[in-house]
Design a protein around this ligand. Sequence first.
Ligand SMILES: [Zn+2]
Length: 265
Amino acid sequence: MWFNIHQLAPHLYRIQEPGHVSFFLIKIDERAILIDSGLGIARRDFEKVLSDLSVKRFRVLSTHLHCDHAGFNFLAEKVYVSRTEFEKYQAISDEKQILNYHHLLKNYKSWPEEQIKETADFSDKLEFIEENILTVFDQKFEVIKSPGHTSGHLCFISHQHQAIFLGDLVYNGMLYLNLPDSHFEDYIKSLETIVHLAEKNQYSLLPCHNSIPLDIQYVRGAYEACLKIQKKMPTPIHSLEANSIFKACDEYHIEDIKIQISRTR
Ligand SMILES: [Zn+2]
């Protein structure tokens, strides 16, 4: 079984692809809402996860369209995403990103023994998110625009489940602001918004990588680290050249926050 399943709350599950990414499943009778959908590999195992949870159909709320978040979107009834994010995805043919991702990481991470294919087309499932409140089945989500990691990145708040789904806005690990559409100034504003909402609501903070849930102090630390970088207080520990996924960047380590930021920001 490729996936690890952790129940976080009565109807809320974390689906983990070890060493890669996590996404989330909210179960409602035989339906489910996924927040992101992982790499899209080990499809049989994924279908077993759904059948073990008695889920027959699902919809996806998409924080953003990187290849480790959108892999099983094509199996959904509907995919809710920001228009900005999808237009960028199409413009840069990002469905091929997983081939580069696999090529870069094939010796450093575990993979199932199968041929990695580009992300399957889900354009017939799209529903663009236009409002601040999104209703999916009987559940309401507050939609928080959070550009920075990508241009159309969204976070979602479920007051019902007392959870904030952070996508790749912030997590305990290297933060990447060196993608083609990353934007450092936008990122700082997004983090400020989330720090404020997290401190106000005291909900579980659910990022898609590493430690889950994330501590609010870590999110505040990331925000404060970015303010220091903005003021050019720390110097980068090194610079990296561009590769098939990332732009040329500077890497900063500020206490326990690690972040790579495009040199042309
Ligand atoms: Zn991402």
